[in-house]
Design a protein around this ligand. Sequence first.
Ligand SMILES: NC(=O)c1ccc[n+]([C@@H]2O[C@H](COP(=O)([O-])OP(=O)(O)OC[C@H]3O[C@@H](n4cnc5c(N)ncnc54)[C@H](O)[C@@H]3O)[C@@H](O)[C@H]2O)c1
Length: 366
Amino acid sequence: MLNLIKQIVEVSLGERSYPIYIGESMLYGFADKFRERFNGAKAAIITNPTVWDLYGSQLTESLTAGAVDYELILVPDGENAKSLGVAERIYGDLIQKGFERKDVVIALGGGVVGDLAGFVAATYERGVPFIQIPTTLLAQVDSSVGGKVAVNHGLGKNMIGAFYQPAFVYIDVSTLNTLPDQEFAGGMAEVIKYAFIKGEPLLSLIQEKKRAILGKETGLLSEVVRICCSIKGEIVEKDERDVGVRAYLNYGHTLGHAIESTTKYDYTHGQAVAVGMVFAARLSQRLGLLGEDAVELHRRVIAAYGLPTTASGASAVELVRVMERDKKRAGGGHFFVLLDGIGNPVVRKIDEDMLVSVLSEFLREV
Ligand SMILES: NC(=O)c1ccc[n+]([C@@H]2O[C@H](COP(=O)([O-])OP(=O)(O)OC[C@H]3O[C@@H](n4cnc5c(N)ncnc54)[C@H](O)[C@@H]3O)[C@@H](O)[C@H]2O)c1
């Protein structure tokens, strides 16, 4: 069988450092990497029925051939699986199946499975080794890297969690072939975010190779994922616990979250972030940090990947009201990640009157 690890990105965090393996048709070779690190350990594969039906046999073929003892723990598909209730059920399974500290939790799936399985790994027996096998574009370029793991609470998303880095991340971009278009576009919103906060070479790559990226050409996807993982890895290395520059990863997310919640999720996360980035560019332009051409570039790149550049169904006043919550959390003041030139993110406090005025105008732009 093919086993094509094409790229390795190292995340350097002292004793919590880890490699990210990236390539295609790699699931068949997983057991070799597992045994290199965890020979003799058992594996708990946490996944959902959708992903298991698609990729379970490739993974288990590898584990069986490599004589790795494993148990399957299925959780429901969808954001609701990120709950303490589901986590508690998994703890029960792990206890009943005799999992010990040396044994390993594997997340096979998108960001939901990754966040949930990571939270379980961080807390079961005070922490067991954890491996991420992300299968959505969002999880491959974003959620599987950086160690944020969490479940949701009825009163807020990701409210119960930890910083818990994986032992390694194993990214097979071939899995993206079965990803629905809307999920792929959601991941592209994060790729585009990296392109604007870091600039070249990613910004040119996603403009010049749009057809191949949308055609899911695996060589190119490996390269895009590698660049994104190294950008995220670099930021996490500087600010693992999110008290400084990790905020740059929220480019487009402040307005994005408000759009998701105001429109009652008519906009997916990726769509909302896409609109949020165009707005952040507009705000940067109004502050004299970016030229009009950079705002236009945002619109062009975002539209090219089938993402919206403006939002309907929400007023500026409503959106600012929702952003009040973030404002309180940030200690008063509307803080936005803006661009002082492409590739150069900065955090700026924005006066509320100005925010309402630029946002009202922005929502009228076509
Ligand atoms: N930890 C972090 O740093 C971080 C960062 C960003 C987002 N997140 C979290 O990630 C979650 C969203 O992740 P997501 O967008 O991957 O959603 P998801 O995990 O719900 O996956 C989206 C859908 O795609 C399906 N799927 C997964 N892989 C597939 C494949 N290869 N082929 C076909 N279908 C497949 C899933 O079953 C699901 O129905 C949210 O809970 C969010 O809070 C975490």
